[in-house]
Ligand binder design. Structure first.
Ligand code: HCA
Ligand code: CU
Length: 380
């Protein structure tokens, strides 16, 4: 599948709600959905209506917003959950059941035979009730499940013809990109269904694994804003976008990229969570250039040290000047920005002063501007 034809299943309102500091009010959910719809995600996944009465009411409220994005809910593989999901009027239902020995023993206690029977019964029920609904079946903890078990389950569900999509879930964040690629490629080869990847970040591979899934033919990737979710979360929306953008901007040109900083800021505010300094695209230092050699090249042409163009996301770059690693090109760049025409020799003198003083303590931009302005007065 060409890489720009994938779809995002944005799960901030499901997986994200499982993050330690996330409790979204109905109004919060509306704000998040509106912003995600502006950004242009294809699908929005919401917490199961079985979680609480408010969760069910919130799904209805969001469905009533008539978004461009399709609204999905996420349920256990149970007929009673399916019934409640259908009553909300959602456009799609994501069904999940654990297949790893750990979850089979401690979560639901079913054998593989029983998992298959339940999956077929629940999926048949949903399809019978709602012929047009988008139905997905996923195996929780795919990467700690036995491969032969997985194939039995996936093929039985695929052959039944009830579902549109199969989900692969790295529930505890242990999969490597190669393992993801192998599993997704098998499902692409063996079924004609869409394939979704959901990956946790426990070992820091959530973005790389999502990309491996796409390369292997996955059609849908689960994300959350800032990557929030159980424990340390899943693939972040911004991370997936950055991963694809740096390969080819066209892969993500279908999204309204300048909305991304607002989405990250919104979750940061609602979850009382600072945006990490090293966050892709919206981390505070993502577009700050510091060393003199970098600053010189970036001032000549930003692409020298920028894989991502901040302007595409409505952001700006910053050249940091008041430190001992600074260079005179950066200082000249600042003088030009202030409209101060100074001879190179003067700029070089000021650079020496900055370096000397910064050996003790870094200078603020105001202090640098003062040095440049008074030098200009002396030159005149
Ligand atoms: C969960 C588990 C899940 C499900 C993913 C999926 C996971 O919290 O319910 O439905 O594909 O990580 O396995 O998020
Ligand atoms: Cu998850």
């Amino acid at each position: 599948m060409p890489l720009d034809q994938f779809a995002v299943i944005e799960s901030t309102l499901r997986e994200g709600e499982q993050f330690s500091t996330a409790t979204f009010t109905t109004d919060d959910k509306r704000r998040i959905v509106e912003a995600l719809d502006t950004f242009g995600v294809e699908m929005i996944e919401m917490t199961s209506p079985c979680a609480s009465p408010q969760s069910a009411a919130d799904i209805r409220a969001v469905v009533a917003m008539n978004t461009r994005a399709r609204i999905l809910t996420h349920i256990r593989c149970k007929r009673e959950d399916a019934l409640q999901a259908l009553e909300t009027g959602v456009h799609g239902v994501d069904v999940v059941i654990g297949t790893s020995p750990q979850l089979m023993q401690h979560s639901h206690g079913k054998s593989i035979r029983q998992i298959i029977d339940t999956a077929l019964e629940v999926c048949e029920f949903i399809r019978a009730q709602s012929p047009d609904i988008i139905l997905r079946f996923s195996t929780e903890d795919t990467f700690r499940s036995r491969e032969s078990d997985l194939l039995r389950v996936y093929l039985a569900v695929a052959d039944s013809g009830f579902v549109n999509r199969l989900g692969v879930a790295d529930t505890v964040g242990v999969a490597t990109p190669n393992q993801v690629s192998y599993m997704v490629a098998q499902l692409v080869r063996l079924t004609k269904l869409d394939i979704e990847f959901h990956g946790h970040n426990d070992s820091g591979c959530a973005i790389a694994n999502a990309y491996a899934a796409l390369e292997a033919g996955a059609t849908h990737i689960d994300t959350t804003i800032l990557g929030i979710g159980e424990r340390n979360g899943i693939t972040s929306l911004g991370g997936l976008v950055a991963r694809l953008y740096t390969l080819n901007r066209e892969h993500v040109s279908k999204y309204h990229l300048p909305t991304l900083p607002m989405l990250d800021a919104l979750i940061s505010e609602l979850c009382d969570l600072p945006i990490p300094f090293n966050n892709v695209i919206t981390g505070a230092s993502a577009f700050i250039h510091k060393a003199g050699i970098h600053a010189k090249a970036v001032l000549a042409d930003p692409s020298t040290y920028e894989a991502i163009c901040p302007e595409d996301f409505g952001l700006t770059r910053e050249v940091s000047i008041g430190h001992r690693l600074t260079g005179w090109n950066a200082v000249r760049g600042r003088a030009q920005k202030l409209g101060l025409d100074l001879p190179d020799a003067v700029i070089q003198d000021i650079t020496r002063v900055i370096k000397e003083r910064a050996d003790t303590v870094a200078l603020s931009m105001d202090e640098i501007d003062a040095l440049l302005t008074s030098a200009r007065e002396e030159v005149v």
